[in-house]
Ligand binder design. Structure first.
Ligand SMILES: C[S@@+](CC[C@H](N)C(=O)[O-])C[C@H]1O[C@@H](n2cnc3c(N)ncnc32)[C@H](O)[C@@H]1O
Length: 211
């Protein structure tokens, strides 16, 4: 059985990573504001901080993650307020057209390239026709200022330290053209996008293409 890559870091994840992520979550929630009763699924929810923010605004929060250590941490944090499942993003255990919003935050880049299209297909399957997908991940384009170089180099080192397959997948995600290269233009369209971190991070709001 594959070892859980987050088994050591899960307990410290919020302390180490949340200061970097918080501003992205704020921007993400402006791109797709929460609404009372909105059904939100976070795929690769980690410690579920994003879900926590949506749930506090009246959304119904569901998360899924393949790391038991991350799921344990998330369940302790959102006890009784969200359904957090252990599972694989490429085989979502949900029915068709269930969710109003699907979030994937810093998750796609760490998956193998062969898996990413399946994960997006699964997201499309469980998304309501009127729903949205909010993706936050590394931007494949060049830095947009000297600070962009600093930001990209810092991310490179974080991903390098994550190591092995994680680092290979990150490099492949960027080299392959990031999220825009992954989107099947017959299935999804970009409703809104925002490039931040001086060109290092992208936020995309996607919708299903009407057939
Ligand atoms: C960098 S963390 C981001 C966590 C969270 N989305 C956030 O914004 O803080 C990436 C998460 O994706 C999860 N993940 C990676 N591949 C996955 C897969 N195939 N299925 C489910 N979760 C996956 C990891 O276990 C990890 O918790």
């Amino acid at each position: 059985m594959r070892r859980d890559p987050y088994r050591r870091i899960a307990r410290f994840y919020d302390v180490l990573i949340e200061p970097l992520m918080r501003v992205l979550r704020v921007i993400g929630m402006k791109l797709q504001p929460p609404a009372e009763g909105m059904r939100v699924l976070e795929v690769g929810c980690g410690t579920a901080t994003f879900l926590d923010l949506y749930e506090r605004k009246g959304c119904i929060a569901v998360g899924i993650d393949s790391s038991l250590a991350m799921v344990d941490t998330a369940r302790r944090k959102l006890i009784g307020r969200a359904s957090i499942h252990i599972g694989d993003a490429s085989r979502l255990p949900y029915g068709k057209r269930v969710f109003d919003l699907i979030i994937m935050s810093m998750t796609l880049h760490e998956m193998p390239s062969s898996v990413r299209p399946t994960v997006l297909n699964e997201a499309c399957r469980v998304l309501k026709e009127s729903g949205r997908i909010l993706i936050i991940d590394y931007h494949h384009g060049p830095p947009r200022s000297p600070l962009g170089h600093v930001s990209k180099i810092s991310s490179y080192w974080i991903e390098f330290v994550a190591g092995g397959e994680h680092f290979r997948n990150y490099r492949n995600f960027l080299a392959a053209g990031g999220l825009p290269a992954l989107i099947d233009p017959h299935q999804l369209s970009i409703v809104n996008e925002k490039i931040v971190g001086w060109g290092n991070i992208a936020l995309y709001l996607l919708s299903l293409k009407s057939t």
